[in-house]
Ligand binder design. Structure first.
Ligand SMILES: Nc1ncnc2c1ncn2[C@@H]1O[C@H](COP(=O)(O)OP(=O)(O)OP(=O)(O)O)[C@@H](O)[C@H]1O
Ligand SMILES: [Mg+2]
Length: 507
C-alpha cells in the first residue's frame, strides 16, 4: 500500500462519520465498504464483515416510500445533501440519519453505485421536535387568548337574558295553582336555562381568569372524591376503574374545585369514548410526584378508540367536538386547558388509535398568588324575608330589573327601582332604604361611581350594597369588590341565592 492509500485507509477507519460505499437498486443493495463509525450508528459490532452491513436495504427503511424517493433523487440529480431519513438499526430500533451521497449513472437494472457520508442526527432531531412542541404550545396559548376575548364578550351578552329567564321561570314555577303541562313546561325552561347558564359559566372559565380560592390541596383526595361522584354511573355502564395513587404525594397550591372540574371533564370524556366505541372500558387514574419539576402529575388513561393524529391539535379548541348535537359542546377540554394553565401547569395528550388515550395533567407544587374575594354561595332552601325592609334595585337591563323587583316584592319586601346610578342617588336622598342591589356595569354612572357617591351621602347604607355582576376576574371591578368588601353575586344567579344574600345583608 502506498503512503496515500495507507493514509486514506486510516482515515476511513478512524473518522467520526459513517462512510458507506455500495450499490443500491430498486429491490436490494450490496455493500462494498462500511467504516466502523457507520457500523456503530447502525448497531453492528465494529469488526462485523462489511458486506453484512446493509443500511440502505429495503427492510431498513421505516417508511418504504422514502427509499423510492431517495432513489429517484439520486437517479435524477446524481447526489443528495444532508438528506434526512429514518432508518432501522440492526436491533430494529429507528434512528434519524442525514445522508450526503454521490451516485454514478444508473446501471441497466437501474441500480446505482454510491459513495455516502452518514451522520446520526437523532439527538438533534429530538431537540428540534421539542422546540417545535414548545412553539406549538405558544401558538395554542395565543390562539386561546384571542378566542377567549371573543367568547367572553358573547358570554357576557348572554348573562342578562339568562338571568331574566331563570328568575321568571323560578318565580312562576313556585305558584301552587299551576296546571300540569304548565308546570312541566316551566320546569323544562328552568332546567334548560340552567344548562345554558352552566355553558356560559364554562365559557367564562375558559375565557378569563375566574375567582379562585387556592389552598394546599391533596390531589389524591380530589381524585378519590371525583371518582366517587362517578362510581354509580361507572358501575352500571360497565366501566372498571383502577387507581394507582402515589403515597406521600406533596400537596399542591391549587383550587380544589377547579382541579376536580379538570379531572371530571377528562374522566367523563374517557367514559364516553370507551362506551361509544366498545360498550365497556377500563379507566386508569394515576398520580405521582416529579421531584425534578417539583410537580404532581395526574394521568387519566382509557382503553377506548383513541384520538386520531389529525384531530389531536384540535381537541383543546373551544367548541371542537365529535359528539352529536346535545351530547357535547366541545368545551370540556378547553375549560380543562384554561384551568391548568392558570395554575401554571401543563396538560398533554398521548394517544394511539384503538389502544386508547392518556391525558397528563401536571401541576406545580407551589402555585401563583391567592385571590381573596369569596363569591356568595349558599345551600338551597326557602329564605324568610325581613319584614318591612325596603330595597332599591339599581339595574339598567329593564327585563332583569323587573324580574328581580317582582321576586323581591313576592318575598315580602318593599321595592323600588332605578335604571342607573344617578337616578339611584336621587332616590336614596329622597327616601330611606335598608339595602341596595346594584348592577356594576351601567350606562351614565356605573356601580363603582355610585358606590363612591353613596359612601359619602349615606355611609350606613353603603355597607348594605349587594353588587350583581358578570365575570369580574382580572378587571378593575375585581379590585373594587375586594377593596370595598361588598357582597356580590355573579350573573346569572338563582333567585334563592339573591334572597339569601339580601337576608344576610339585612341582618
Ligand atoms: N379520552 C378520549 N378518547 C377519545 N376522544 C376524546 C377523548 N377525550 C376527548 N376526546 C375528543 O375530543 C373532543 C373534545 O372534547 P371536549 O371535552 O372538549 O368536548 P366534548 O366532550 O365533545 O363536549 P363537552 O365536554 O363540552 O360536553 C371530543 O368530542 C372527542 O372527540
Ligand atoms: Mg367533554
Amino acid at each position: 500500500m502506498d503512503k496515500r492509500a495507507g493514509a486514506f485507509a486510516r482515515l476511513f477507519e478512524a473518522v467520526h462519520e459513517g462512510v458507506y460505499i455500495g450499490t443500491i437498486g430498486p429491490d436490494d443493495s450490496s455493500t462494498i465498504a462500511a467504516n466502523p463509525h457507520l457500523k456503530l450508528i447502525f448497531g453492528y459490532a465494529s469488526d462485523a464483515p462489511d458486506d453484512g452491513v446493509c443500511p440502505l436495504d429495503r427492510s431498513r427503511f421505516v417508511d418504504p416510500q422514502a427509499r423510492v424517493a431517495l432513489l429517484e433523487r439520486l437517479t435524477t440529480d446524481g447526489s443528495v445533501n444532508d438528506y434526512l431519513l429514518r432508518l432501522r438499526r440492526a436491533d430494529g430500533n429507528p434512528v434519524w440519519i442525514e445522508l450526503t451521497a454521490r451516485a454514478d449513472a444508473p446501471a441497466a437494472d437501474r441500480s446505482l453505485r454510491i459513495e455516502a457520508l452518514v451522520r446520526d442526527v437523532s439527538e438533534r432531531k429530538k431537540l428540534d421536535d421539542e422546540t417545535r412542541d414548545i412553539y406549538h404550545q405558544l401558538l395554542q396559548a395565543e390562539k386561546m387568548a384571542a378566542l377567549g376575548q371573543t367568547v367572553s364578550g358573547v358570554a357576557h351578552e348572554l348573562n342578562n337574558p339568562l338571568a331574566t329567564i331563570l328568575s321568571w321561570a323560578e318565580r312562576l314555577s313556585q305558584r301552587t295553582t299551576l296546571e300540569e303541562p304548565v308546570r312541566r313546561g316551566l320546569e323544562t325552561i328552568l332546567s334548560e336555562s340552567e344548562r345554558a347558564a352552566r355553558i356560559v359559566r364554562n365559557l367564562l372559565t375558559f375565557a378569563r381568569k375566574r375567582q379562585t380560592t387556592r389552598a394546599m390541596v391533596d390531589v389524591n383526595q380530589v381524585v378519590r372524591e371525583t371518582l366517587s361522584l362517578r362510581a354509580y354511573e361507572q358501575r352500571v355502564t360497565n366501566i372498571t376503574v383502577i387507581d394507582a395513587l402515589a403515597a406521600g404525594l406533596p400537596n399542591v397550591f391549587a383550587d380544589g374545585h377547579q382541579v376536580q372540574q379538570v379531572l371530571l371533564n377528562l374522566v367523563i370524556n374517557a367514559e364516553q369514548a370507551m362506551l361509544s366505541a366498545n360498550g365497556r372500558g377500563i379507566l386508569v387514574v394515576r398520580t405521582w410526584h416529579d421531584p425534578d419539576q417539583e410537580s404532581v402529575i395526574l394521568e387519566i388513561n382509557d382503553d377506548g378508540p383513541g384520538i386520531p393524529d389529525d384531530l389531536q391539535p384540535k381537541i383543546f379548541e373551544p367548541f371542537f367536538t365529535t359528539k352529536e348535537v346535545g351530547k357535547g359542546t366541545g368545551l370540556g377540554l378547553s375549560v380543562a386547558y384554561a384551568i391548568v394553565q392558570e395554575h401554571g401547569g401543563r396538560i398533554r395528550l398521548e394517544s394511539r388509535p384503538n389502544v386508547g388515550a392518556s391525558f397528563y395533567v401536571e401541576l406545580p407544587v407551589t402555585g401563583a398568588k391567592l385571590s381573596p374575594v369569596p363569591a356568595i354561595r349558599a345551600p338551597e332552601g326557602p329564605v324568610a324575608a325581613v319584614a318591612g325592609a325596603s330595597i332599591l334595585v339599581v339595574e339598567d337591563e329593564a327585563k332583569l330589573a323587573s324580574a328581580v323587583v317582582d321576586a323581591l316584592r313576592d318575598a315580602g319586601y318593599l321595592v323600588d327601582h332605578a335604571p342607573d346610578g344617578e337616578e339611584a342617588l336621587k332616590k336614596v336622598q329622597a327616601e330611606a332604604f335598608d339595602l341596595v342591589i346594584c348592577d356594576l356595569k351601567m350606562p351614565r354612572m356605573d356601580g363603582m361611581a355610585f358606590y363612591r357617591m353613596l359612601s359619602a351621602a349615606a355611609p350606613g347604607l353603603a355597607k348594605r350594597v349587594i353588587f350583581v355582576t358578570g365575570d369580574v376576574a382580572g378587571t378593575d371591578a375585581e379590585k373594587f369588590l375586594e377593596e370595598s368588601g361588598c357582597r356580590w353575586l355573579a350573573k346569572p344567579f338563582r333567585l334563592g341565592d339573591l334572597l339569601r344574600a339580601v337576608r344576610e345583608g339585612l341582618d
